[in-house]
Design a protein around this ligand. Structure first.
Ligand code: CA
Length: 539
């Protein structure tokens, strides 16, 4: 990137600060194209005062106050977080409700991908055997079996992409009847039903745990999409498993291996049970083929992590443009991260398609406010040292940059944490902003493709769903050339527009969803843990 031409980015006509785009920042004494001379060195991504700011004056970015000057700040100064008082959180009453009527956008037709159709109507982008665990106790045994399944069984089933153990820390030692416990339980249940797992639910249980299999899958949940019901018992076919041991109660859920069953004598008996059960599921998964489906079958979860001041200027606006394309194509898009959108609640309720949608959002925000208050913090606990080093002064500035991932469409749905998505269009899926917890909850919601923007850089990836990573800066994209899938830094460099990168991302999504292209995280098999959101006590 050229260092000769000083380059700053201003997000809104009202803004009295701009961020420095140049790699390495700009030196004291640099004169900007507008004629302003810097009186401090300003690091890349950090803000420069465009005018003299009096003490207590609002500092405006995205056209809204992201803080108030703690003292007079002369034009040309570096405006960092120590010079700003953070605004109070917007109250949750008297909000604008459904006031923005988005002009209907023309449908986007003719875009397709190659996906796996499921019996419940959903579409997978990958064909994965997932092994659900009721409790952490079984994780070691399951992992041992999975290594053998990968080495010994998977080569016989070439149409199956992978075998993934859904490991987590829940299941016992928890107050399972406490308010809030329903969140981790339904999250785990709905993860098992993710479209990428083909409707095959295989469960490994210990036997004595609090989260019993019939609590995880109460009558009426799995039977609806029961393997036994819709696909036969699974006993037919050339690769049918040997007769089951008593240890494998072939229930309507498709298959449960209980480690404490009396039939298991020795560790290897448990491993053999898991492998026999897996063979049945692999046989059915291996018979599936991709078919052409409309882009409307995409269920995209967007989030950001390791954000910097460019997140809201390059990558997130490009994702927002792509979100609008997806909504026009009839797809489902979820945006999340409650603490990172809380400061823009008035923008969100204004964009709600109906008052009911707005009220549901307010309900989720109020729940989260109370949750944080119980822990004696507020949404300002969100920002990280890396965010601040990257130029984000506080959660208000971060939130304004985060919300733009949601594009400009009307918000038509709201999900509580761990719930399963049932509609198309733009949905606010309430989750913590924690990358791993947000990703886990979006998997539970039924996400079949994940888009993740980063400015500081994170190698984030998931075993369950492909993750497309978008860099906010060209310097990050250059250094992490084999980790970042899209470079939105070209927007700051002036070599591409937000629309260009939005379309690039949209087209890449169809390639990745079709399995024609792997993301870098898939290529290297970079898989972060599933982290269940458990607001209830442990015991
Ligand atoms: Ca995040």
């Amino acid at each position: 990137m050229s260092q000769i031409q000083p380059h700053t980015i201003r997000m809104h006509a009202l803004d009295n600060v701009a961020i420095v785009a140049n790699n390495g920042g700009l030196a004291e004494g640099t004169t900007l194209p507008c004629g302003l001379t810097l009186i401090d060195r300003v690091p890349q991504g950090h803000k420069v005062a465009l005018v003299d700011l009096a003490a207590d004056a609002p500092v405006l970015r995205y056209g809204i106050p992201i803080g108030y000057a703690l003292k007079a700040i002369p034009a040309g100064s570096w405006v960092h977080e120590r010079l700003l008082k953070m605004p109070d959180a917007r109250e949750l009453d008297n909000l604008p409700i459904s006031t923005v009527k988005s002009a209907p956008q023309p449908p986007l037709e003719g875009y397709t991908f190659q996906g796996y159709r499921n019996a419940d109507g959903s579409v997978g982008t990958r064909n994965i055997l997932a092994i659900t665990q009721t409790v952490q106790c079984v994780a070691g045994v399951t992992d041992f079996a999975v290594q053998r399944i990968k080495a010994e069984l998977l080569p016989k089933f070439p149409h199956v992409d992978d075998v993934v153990a859904l490991e987590h820390t829940y299941g016992c030692g928890v107050a399972i009847d406490a308010p809030g416990a329903e969140i981790p339980i339904r999250t785990l249940r709905n993860i098992s039903l993710n479209p990428n797992f083909g409707g095959e639910v295989m469960v490994v249980s210990l036997g004595c745990e609090k989260l019993q299999p019939d609590r995880l899958f109460p009558p009426g949940t799995i039977e609806i999409q029961s393997l036994g019901g819709s696909r036969g018992t699974g006993s037919a076919g050339p690769l049918a498993a040997p007769p089951l041991l008593g240890a494998e109660a072939q229930s309507a859920s498709g298959g449960i291996v209980v480690l404490q069953d009396d039939a298991h004598v020795g560790f290897m008996a448990m491993v053999e049970s898991i492998m026999r059960q897996a063979t049945q599921h692999l046989t059915r998964l291996n018979a599936r083929r991709r078919e052409t489906v409309p882009a409307a079958e995409l269920v995209v979860g967007v989030q950001c992590g390791g954000s910097d001041a460019f997140s809201g200027a390059t990558a997130n606006p490009a994702v927002g443009f792509c979100t609008d394309l997806l909504v026009r194509a009839g797809a489902s898009v979820m945006f999340s991260e409650t603490t990172e959108v809380r400061d823009g609640i008035d923008q969100l309720t204004a964009r709600a398609s109906t008052p009911e949608v707005a009220q549901a959002m307010i309900h989720e925000m109020a729940w989260y406010d109370a949750y944080l208050k119980r822990g004696s913090v507020d949404r300002s606990a969100n920002t990280t040292p890396g965010n601040k080093k990257g130029g984000l002064s506080n959660i208000v500035e971060k939130a304004m940059g985060s919300i733009v991932k949601s594009g400009s469409s009307a918000i038509t749905g709201v999900l509580a944490p761990g719930e399963k998505l049932k509609q198309k269009g733009l949905t606010y899926a309430a989750t913590p902003a924690s990358d791993f917890i947000c990703g886990t909850l979006q998997i539970a919601a039924g996400m079949n493709l994940h888009v993740f923007t980063t400015g500081r850089g994170t190698p984030y990836g998931l075993a369950e769903v492909p993750v497309i990573k978008v860099a906010t800066r060209s310097d990050l994209a250059r250094r992490w050339h084999d980790l970042m899938d899209v470079n939105a830094g070209t927007i700051a460099d002036g070599t591409a527009t937000i629309e260009d990168v939005g379309w690039e991302l949209f087209r890449l999504m169809l390639e990745v969803a079709s399995g024609r292209k792997k993301t870098w995280a898939e290529h290297w098999k970079l898989h972060n843990a599933l982290v269940l959101f458990n607001p209830a006590p442990v015991t």
